[in-house]
Ligand binder design. Structure first.
Ligand code: FAD
Ligand code: NAI
Length: 327
């Protein structure tokens, strides 16, 4: 029987599982619907710049993840970001420094998954729509009707609402995934020809419509002539504006940003918007990963723990460990 393990999703969870399985001598094959790796850690490219529109930075609280991040640092994939932090509370903007170590991919967030992908076979632009088991082995089908397999095991490493249908062969796992609510986030990036006259490099906002803003150019390794900013809308605001056209979302968030930042904000030389439909799980769980070891079907992703980069990596490790334990 073919012993290759299929992994659906080349975000951090899928790549974390792939790396652990490869290190244990197991062949893997990744599939991703996008044109590149990274998922919510991907970086958006346009004619002017490349920006982190999804995950902004990450912290490492688990010892195993902290050790891995040190290896990434030695490989040159990540560096520490030490932004001048502010917060907006009850309409009052104030400095909010702290001691937290924060990491970013360098020169962009996607450098991490790109580095992890190095030796892993992957098929991009391939949206898997069905996962089914024949007599002994697993087969996959994509949106074009093409089939892939046979595989010995399948790991589904995509957001819970998308994982639910692919988990139909294991109804218990499917219903667990179906119970996970994931909140959306509108993200807007702005570029200015001249640097804005502010010290702010990151700001936690507790005032709709915004939730967070960051000066992307202040992150290490960014080589950009423009003063670039990324704004994230709050989940509640995003839910109310899910179908609002992008130009209106840009106008709204730009207006809130200009009001908040406390300096002259000219018209941006570029503005882009991106809607993350499944940005973060509404709550945290302690599942590690979901497994039906007898069937050979697994699910992982940030939603199995907490909706953070660290959670995604740990969940991928947990899926791989459970699979290896059952070989
Ligand atoms: P994903 O990154 O979503 O990867 C899933 C992959 O599966 C994607 O590449 C997708 O294309 C692919 N896929 C989906 N369906 C299919 C299918 N049917 N067939 C094939 N491929 C498929 N975390 C932090 O720690 N710090 C932050 O500052 C932070 N900020 C964030 C801001 C935003 C706006 C968002 C959206 C997220 C943020 N996060 C942050 C969360 C962090 O990005 C995620 O926790 C982490 O990237 C999730 O990784 P994952 O591998 O579980 O899922
Ligand atoms: P962290 O420890 O820096 O932040 C956790 C939370 O603590 C922040 O959201 C903020 O509310 C608060 N906080 C931290 N430092 C602060 C400071 N100096 N001043 C005021 N408040 C401060 O990082 P952690 O725990 O790794 O979380 C990652 C970040 O990712 C969080 O900010 C989270 O909101 C964000 N995120 C955003 C998503 C989205 O869709 N917009 C999805 C998932 C995570």
């Amino acid at each position: 029987m073919n012993a290759t393990i299929a992994i659906i999703g080349a975000g951090l969870a899928g790549l974390s599982a792939a790396q652990a399985l490869q290190a244990a001598g197991q062949p893997v094959q990744l599939f991703d619907k996008s044109r590149g790796s990274g998922g919510r850690m991907a970086s958006k490219r346009n004619d002017f710049v490349t920006l982190d529109l999804g995950a902004q930075y990450f912290t490492a609280r688990d010892r195993r993840f902290a050790e891995t991040v040190q290896q990434w640092r030695e490989s040159g994939w990540v560096a520490e970001w030490t932004p001048t932090l502010y917060q907006l509370d009850d309409g009052v903007l104030s400095p909010s420094p702290d001691e937290q170590v924060r990491w970013v991919g360098t020169p962009r967030m996607s450098a991490i998954t790109r580095g992890l992908l190095r030796d892993v076979p992957v098929k991009f632009s391939c949206r898997i729509t069905e996962v089914f088991k024949g007599d002994e082995h697993w087969m996959l089908q994509d949106a074009e009707g093409e089939s892939y397999g046979p595989f010995s095991h399948v790991i589904i490493a995509i957001p819970a609402p998308q994982a639910t249908t692919l988990l139909s062969a294991a109804p218990t796992l499917a219903s667990t995934a179906a119970g996970v609510i994931m909140e959306p986030t509108w993200a807007v990036a702005l570029g200015f020809d001249e640097p804005l006259a502010t010290r702010i490099e990151g700001c936690f906002v507790h005032d709709e419509p915004l939730d967070w803003l960051a000066r992307d150019r202040s992150k290490p390794g960014r080589d950009c002539k423009l003063d670039t900013w990324v704004l994230h809308a709050a989940s509640a605001w995003t839910r109310k504006h899910l179908d609002t056209p992008k130009d209106q979302v840009i106008e709204h968030l730009y207006g809130a940003f200009a009001e908040l930042i406390g300096c002259v904000v000219p018209a941006p030389s570029f503005a882009i918007a991106h809607r993350w439909l499944y940005a973060r799980p509404a709550g945290a769980h302690q599942w590690g990963a979901l497994a039906d070891a007898d069937l050979g079907l697994y699910a992982c992703g940030d939603w199995c723990l907490a909706g953070r980069v660290e959670g995604a990596w740990l969940s991928g490790q947990d899926a791989a460990r459970r699979l290896l334990d059952h070989l």
